[in-house]
Design a protein around this ligand. Structure first.
Ligand code: BT5
Length: 282
C-alpha cells in the first residue's frame, strides 16, 4: 500500500453545502488546529448552539479518549469531529448514543472496508486494529440530558509513521484497509447522513430498534473476552447486547452478567474477519 505524501485541507464549504438542510451539520465550525473538538463543541453547546452543530478540526493538540487518555491527531490525514446533540432522553440512556454512533461509523467504514467491526463499546476495528474511536460527553439537569457531545475520530489517510510509535501496531486507517486514498469530505458527509438516520431511529423507537444493526456490526458476539471497568473485572463469552445497550457475558459458571462500561480484551485473539451480515444502507 502506498500512502499519499501530500495532504490538502478538507473542502469544508463543499461539506457545508451538502449538509445545509440536514439535522446534523447544518452549522459547521472548522479549525486548522484546536485543542479538542469535544471541548469546543461543549463550549458552543453551553452558549446555546443548536442540535446538529458540528466542530471539525484538521488536527488536535489535546485530542481526548476516555478516562483521560489521548487521541493521536496527525494533521490533514483523518477526521476529528464533534456533534452537539440535544436528545430528549434520561441520563441513563445517554451512553446508548455511543452505540448509535458506533453503528453509523461501522456502516460508513464498511462501504470501503467490509471487514470493519464494532468493538464494544466505542471502537471500530479492522482485524483487531483500531480505526475509529467515539467519545460521548454529557451535561444534564437532574435526570434529563441537557446536551450530549458526540466526538468521533476516524483514521482515514494516516500512514503507520503518522501515528506515535506505541500505536503503530495497534492503529490502522481506512486508506490502509481499503487500499486507496479516502476523500475526507465525502466520507464526512456520508458519516453524518448515516448518523442522522440512525439517530432519528434512536429518537423515534429507542435503542431496541438499533440493536439488530449493532449486532450485525459487532466483532465480539460469540467471543471469549475479559472486561475491566469500574474497579471490577469479569470474563466470559459475549452472547449479545441488551435492549439498553449493556453487553451480555456468559460466565464459565453459566451465569449471564450485564456490563455497562469497561475496556474489552479479546482472549482468543483478534482474528476478526467477518463479512457484514446486513448491507449498509446509508
Ligand atoms: C476513544 O477513547 O477511542 C475515543 C476517541 C475519540 C476521539 C475523538 S476525535 C474528535 C473528538 N475530540 C476529542 O478530543 N476526542 C474525540 P479510548 O477508548 O479511551 O481509546 C483511547 C486509546 O486509543 C488511546 O489510549 C490509544 O491507545 C488509542 N489511540 C489513540 N489515538 C488513536 C488513533 N488515532 N487511532 C487509533 N487508536 C488510537
Amino acid at each position: 500500500m502506498t500512502f499519499a505524501t501530500t495532504h490538502v485541507p478538507l473542502l469544508v464549504d463543499d461539506l457545508r453545502r451538502a449538509r445545509a438542510t440536514a439535522r446534523l451539520g447544518r452549522r459547521i465550525e472548522y479549525f486548522d488546529s484546536i485543542d479538542s473538538t469535544n471541548t469546543e463543541a461543549r463550549r458552543l453547546a453551553t452558549a446555546g448552539a443548536i442540535e446538529g452543530t458540528v466542530v471539525i478540526a484538521e488536527t488536535q493538540t489535546k485530542g481526548r479518549g476516555r478516562l483521560g487518555r489521548s487521541w493521536a491527531s496527525p494533521p490533514l490525514r483523518n477526521l476529528y469531529l464533534s456533534i452537539v446533540l440535544r436528545p430528549p432522553i434520561a441520563v441513563a440512556e445517554a451512553a446508548q448514543l455511543t452505540l448509535v454512533a458506533g453503528v453509523a461509523v461501522a456502516e460508513t467504514v464498511r462501504t470501503s472496508a467490509p471487514r470493519a467491526a464494532i468493538k464494544w463499546p466505542n471502537d471500530v476495528v479492522v482485524a483487531g486494529r483500531k480505526l475509529a474511536g467515539i467519545l460521548t460527553e454529557m451535561e444534564a439537569d437532574d435526570d434529563r440530558v441537557r446536551f450530549v457531545i458526540l466526538g468521533i475520530g476516524v483514521n482515514l489517510n494516516a500512514a503507520p509513521e503518522d501515528f506515535p510509535e506505541e500505536l503503530r501496531d495497534k492503529a490502522t486507517s481506512l486508506c490502509a484497509a481499503a487500499g486507496r486514498t479516502i476523500d475526507r469530505c465525502a466520507f464526512a458527509d456520508r458519516l453524518l447522513s448515516c448518523l442522522d438516520d440512525r439517530y432519528g431511529l434512536f429518537l423515534s423507537k429507542g435503542f431496541a430498534a438499533l440493536r439488530p444493526l449493532w449486532e450485525a456490526c459487532s466483532s465480539l458476539t460469540g467471543r471469549a473476552v475479559e472486561i475491566a471497568g469500574a474497579g471490577q473485572r469479569c470474563a466470559g463469552i459475549v452472547t449479545g447486547i441488551g435492549e439498553d445497550g449493556a453487553l451480555i457475558l456468559r460466565e464459565a459458571t453459566g451465569r449471564d452478567v450485564r456490563v455497562v462500561a469497561g475496556d474489552v480484551t479479546v482472549i482468543d485473539g483478534y482474528a476478526v474477519d467477518r463479512q457484514p451480515r446486513s448491507a449498509a444502507d446509508c
